[in-house]
Design a protein around this ligand. Structure first.
Ligand code: AMP
Ligand code: MG
Length: 355
């Protein structure tokens, strides 16, 4: 299959212009006809298919090499599209939707029969998100059906934060890629389960626990997110899989910054003496302090979006550069620290060195 790439420029991203964009109209047709289209969202690039068409959903699993028990998130463009796919909308869901939709928040509701088990991985619940990215939102609107869209990467690889990442993984396997430039957040949506009891955060993201609790009161965090014990079964099936892992072994070095820098420099020297190529993930503030290796600046500690946005791309870079070992500083930033460290810890297979 030939994968068509359509570039959408910044100045084309108004609703009025997008609704007439030939690329978007063609993408919507592909989706209606059961095909696959990758598109930008504010979190990461998604791989879309008609969420109500079991055959189309199956194609997503095949293209990504995704285990079939890992459910897909259904994406809608406006609130009017929600009642068609969920049995009930609890009060907490209404409030969160009002505050954070459209945006990087996924909520889990009891599903209606119209949503096939092929989309929900056999579950009686469905995860729903309403993206705010203008291209994503308009595409879903034009398709006229909810769009199942997991991250548009090969299963296990870091999620794609630009169209080139999607091409790297899925070229020749999908009909079209809409290239809307690099994404703004760079980490997948926050997932909150509203289908039973106290609302529970299944995956941390840009919208953090405090932001949820400001709107709906007490929430819980799935224990599997906080623990490095792989024996705890996460409630979001997808969270149990090895994810984001670069080919090289990654270690997070934690502690006072001066000690961290000194330790990484020591490990660098050792590694390079042994003939290894070493990658370092540093911040703008510290990058110049490293005395060798392939240093990648993730972003500034005073701008956490710069950090979240670059994490997956840097992990991909290190694969391309074929480094043997990676050391990373830790990034416990105020709003997204939990989300950033959740992805980094997974990428590191929970290897942490305290100094
Ligand atoms: P991705 O689309 O790659 O960002 O992954 C979607 C995530 O949402 C996975 O971790 C899934 O396990 C999770 N998810 C989707 N639907 C449900 C559901 N009905 N219940 C619990 N987790 C879900
Ligand atoms: Mg994913």
């Amino acid at each position: 299959m030939n994968t068509k790439v359509v570039r959408i420029k910044e100045e084309e991203k108004t609703r009025e212009t997008l609704e007439k964009n030939p690329g978007l109209l063609e993408a919507a047709e592909i989706l209606k006809n059961g095909g696959l289209v990758a598109f930008p969202t504010e979190t990461v690039y998604g791989l879309g298919a008609n969420a109500l068409n079991e055959e189309a959903a199956k194609k997503i699993y095949a293209a990504k090499g995704r285990p079939s028990d890992n459910p897909l998130i259904a994406h809608i463009s406006c609130m009017e599209e929600l009642p068609a796919i969920v049995k009930e909308i609890p009060e907490a869901g209404r409030k969160l939707a009002e505050k954070y939709w459209p945006g990087p928040l996924t909520m889990i509701f009891p599903k209606k029969d119209i949503v096939p088990y092929g989309t929900t991985g056999g579950l009686d619940t469905v995860a729903v998100r309403m993206p705010v990215d203008p291209v994503a939102n308009c595409l879903i609107h034009l398709a006229g059906v909810p769009i199942a869209a997991p991250s548009a990467n090969t299963s296990g690889r870091p999620s794609p934060t630009c169209a080139a990442h999607v091409q790297e993984d899925l070229d020749g396997r999908i009909e079209m890629i809409l290239d809307g430039g690099p994404v703004g957040i760079g980490l997948e949506s926050t997932i909150v389960d509203l289908s039973e009891g106290v609302p529970t955060i299944l995956r941390p993201g840009y919208i953090n626990q405090q932001m949820l609790e400001e709107v709906i009161g007490k929430t819980e965090i799935d224990r599997a997110i906080l623990s490095d014990d792989s024996g705890i079964k996460p409630k979001a099936p997808g969270m149990k899989y090895r994810h984001y892992a670069p080919k090289a072994s990654l270690t997070i070095v934690e502690g006072e910054q001066e000690k961290v820098t000194a330790k990484i420099n020591e490990l660098l020297k050792e590694g390079e003496a042994a003939g290894e190529k070493i990658g370092v993930i540093a911040s703008t503030e510290t990058a110049a302090d490293y005395l060798g290796g392939v240093v990648r600046t993730i972003g500034s500690r005073s701008d956490e979006l710069s950090i979240s946005r670059h994490l997956f791309g840097i992990l991909r870079d290190f694969d391309t550069l074929q480094v043997d070992r990676i050391y990373s500083e830790s990034f416990e930033t105020p709003q997204m620290g939990q989300a950033i460290m959740n992805r980094l810890m997974k990428a590191a297979g929970h290897q942490v060195m305290e100094v």
